[in-house]
Design a protein around this ligand. Structure first.
Ligand code: FES
Length: 145
């Protein structure tokens, strides 16, 4: 896998990115994705439905970062029984979006996206997160790209 960074447009992970990313990860605590602000570009989403979590891992009104194979994805349960998956690739400049208590949050430039539709709530992102196929089978949440 390539170590090429997603932030090529902005010159790679600068000291500012590292500091902001560390602050964002610290702010989101255990709910966040404990990774650097930038991730390798080439991490394809699974083409087959892949188990990424169980329903009890995503309480109503919350979001969670999980792995679909080697690719981070975002899950939310905005209302009881409604599970939604999104690509974690930020629509602004491609950084990996994490989670805080009320929004999906991009640590690179602090864009926030709502759990229900992935719509930007603040920050420079203007496009929503890309929604993925998400199914619940029994107690399992499955996702594919
Ligand atoms: S990459 Fe800029 S806000 Fe996400």
């Amino acid at each position: 896998m390539s170590e090429e960074h997603c932030c090529a447009d902005c010159g790679g992970p600068s000291r500012r990115h590292v500091i902001k990313g560390a602050a964002a990860v610290a702010a989101v605590g255990t709910l966040g994705l404990a990774a650097s602000a930038c991730a390798p570009k080439k991490t394809p989403l699974p083409t087959e439905l892949t188990k990424v979590a169980t329903v009890d891992e995503v309480p109503v009104g919350t979001g969670k970062s999980v792995m679909a194979g080697e690719t981070p994805v975002l899950l939310a349960q905005p209302s009881a029984g409604q599970f939604i998956a999104y690509s974690s690739k930020c629509p602004h400049q491609g950084c990996v979006v994490g989670v805080d208590t009320e929004n999906f949050l991009c640590p690179c430039h602090n864009s926030g996206f709502d759990f229900a539709e992935g719509i930007p709530q603040f920050g420079p992102a203007r496009e929503p997160l890309t929604q993925l196929t998400c199914e619940v089978q029994g107690n399992d949440i499955l996702v594919r790209g």
